[in-house]
Every structure is written in C-alpha cells, then in structure tokens.
Ligand binder design. Structure first.
Ligand SMILES: NC(=O)c1ccc[n+]([C@@H]2O[C@H](COP(=O)([O-])OP(=O)(O)OC[C@H]3O[C@@H](n4cnc5c(N)ncnc54)[C@H](OP(=O)(O)O)[C@@H]3O)[C@@H](O)[C@H]2O)c1
Length: 94
C-alpha cells in the first residue's frame, strides 16, 4: 500500500501543485479544501485515477478537522505526511 499524504488548501496554488506532484510520485493523496465540489482543477485531477481522494476540511474549525482526520484514519489507517498549506496571504499598505 502506498504512503498517505494529507494536503490542506489543495484547491489552488501550492496545494494543488503539491497534490499533483505527490500523486505522480505514487502517493495516496487526500486533497482537502473547504468546498472540494467547487474546485474544478482538483476534481479533474481526482478523476484521473484512484491516487487522489477529495475531502472537505476547514482548518479554522476544530469540528471539521476532527471529522476529516477521523474519516481518513478510519478509511486509510494512517497518515504519513501532512502538508499544512491552507492559508491566505495579505499584501497592502500599512
Ligand atoms: N504564493 C506565495 O508566494 C506564498 C508566499 C508565502 C507563503 N505562502 C503561503 O502558502 C500557502 C499557499 O499559498 P498559495 O499562493 O498557493 O495560495 P492560494 O492559491 O490562495 O491557495 C490557498 C489555499 O488555502 C485554502 N484555504 C484558505 N482558507 C482555508 C481554510 N480556512 N480551510 C481550508 N483551506 C483554506 C484555499 O482554499 P479555498 O479558498 O478553495 O477553500 C486555497 O486552496 C498559503 O498559506 C500562503 O499564505 C504563499
């Protein structure tokens, strides 16, 4: 069985690119986003094969984190790598 990676904020940018790279390297990737159903590029990636699984996760909600991680452990048994990428940058004049 392949190693399991969990990526937060996988709907775009670095999280999406990391999902693509780890899946191509043979990892089982659980790609999480607040609304995975609305993340078109991520859904296309998941449709390419069984290596990418989508789950809903909002990192600001303890309930969401516990539900998501609990279901991953129940389904896949363990997590080998966490890429805690979710977040938002802020640029502007102070
Ligand atoms: N790009 C850079 O130059 C740079 C530099 C320094 C640090 N970073 C950091 O690297 C990370 C990724 O950057 P990026 O450029 O790839 O940003 P991005 O394209 O805006 O992606 C951010 C991701 O975080 C997700 N996200 C935001 N709030 C979330 C929440 N509460 N729960 C779950 N997911 C959430 C977004 O998902 P949804 O909105 O779809 O839910 C999105 O998938 C960020 O933490 C950013 O601060 C980036």
């Amino acid at each position: 069985m392949s190693s399991v990676a969990v990526i937060t904020g996988a709907s775009s940018g670095i999280g999406l690119a990391t999902t693509r790279a780890l899946a191509a390297a043979g990892w089982t990737v659980v790609a999480t986003a607040r609304r995975p159903a609305a993340a078109h590029a991520l859904r296309e990636l998941a449709a390419e094969g069984p290596g990418v699984q989508l789950k809903s996760l909002d990192v600001t909600s303890d309930e969401s984190v516990q539900e998501c991680i609990g279901s991953i452990l129940a389904e896949l048994g363990n997590i080998d790598l966490l890429v805690n990428n979710a977040g938002a940058g802020h640029r502007g004049t102070l």
